[in-house]
Design a protein around this ligand. Structure first.
Ligand code: C5P
Length: 234
């Protein structure tokens, strides 16, 4: 039977946070940010293992104690120049080490989405486990969308009908995801689903929640901290 694995690409520098420390290590509730995603993924009964893909030059990882996750967590030092490269390198290395089979499911999750809940994770797995393609957590766009020119003047109001914000985890079978990312090297792929779409498939959108946002700018950290603190106290 196919198993479910999580893969966290964490080889980015997080330049938009304006911090020297890569953002996955910024402190969030007294833990490095990446801890929270690892915790939720390792807690899941459905997930057989969690691969974390780090930049080969990353020394920060070793400053923390990860032993509480030793049953499931595998660190792979094979990050690439782009997120897509890091995911593909992680998949290839996991296969070389005989840790995955080609028909296993891979749930790619951003280190910078620390507020993923077990409820959303289980919903994604349950809705897609028998799907032919796979898919992703996403939320329908709520705001009105404006297109601008270079002077930040509105040139057009976009229809938000049928528009979604893609989140992670994004869940595809190992062989499809590997094939998609290999073919995607020349196109601008900012998530795994777009690589799969480029092969002509239609990933399924599974409605998630806004709490699973990506920490991108400094002010996002405070919001993530509030959400996690509220959860811990309730
Ligand atoms: O920069 P962005 O927020 O889009 O990065 C999304 C995720 O991809 C982050 O977890 C980041 O560490 C990871 N990433 C990576 N390798 C890169 C660039 C980004 O693993 N070369």
């Amino acid at each position: 039977m196919s198993k479910f694995f999580a893969l966290i690409p964490a080889a980015g520098s997080g330049a938009r946070m304006g911090n020297e420390l890569p953002k996955q290590y910024l402190s969030l509730n007294n833990r490095p940010m990446i801890y929270h995603a690892i915790y939720t993924l390792c807690q899941s009964q459905a997930i057989a293992g969690v691969f974390v893909v780090l930049a080969p030059s990353d020394n920060e990882w070793f400053k923390y104690d990860w032993s509480e996750f030793s049953e499931k967590l595998v660190m792979l030092s094979c990050g690439g120049l782009t997120r897509a490269d890091s995911v593909l390198n992680g998949l290839t290395t996991a296969k070389q080490k005989d840790l995955v089979e080609t028909d296993d499911w891979i749930l790619v999750h951003d280190a910078a989405r620390p507020c993923l809940t077990s409820i959303q994770l289980n919903k994604l797995i349950n809705e897609l486990a028998t799907d032919d393609v796979g898919g992703l957590l996403a939320v329908p766009v709520a705001d009105t969308l404006k297109r601008s020119n270079i002077d930040n003047r509105v040139t057009h109001t976009e229809s938000r009908e049928n528009l979604w914000q893609a989140q992670t985890p994004q869940m595809f079978r190992f062989d499809l995801l590997t094939q998609a990312l290999r073919s995607a090297t020349s196109i601008n792929v900012t998530d795994d689903a777009s690589a799969v779409e480029a092969l002509g498939f239609q990933p399924k959108l599974v409605t998630g929640d806004a709490y699973n946002f990506k920490v991108t700018y400094p002010q996002d950290l405070a919001l993530a901290e509030l959400i996690l603190q509220k959860r811990n106290n309730s």
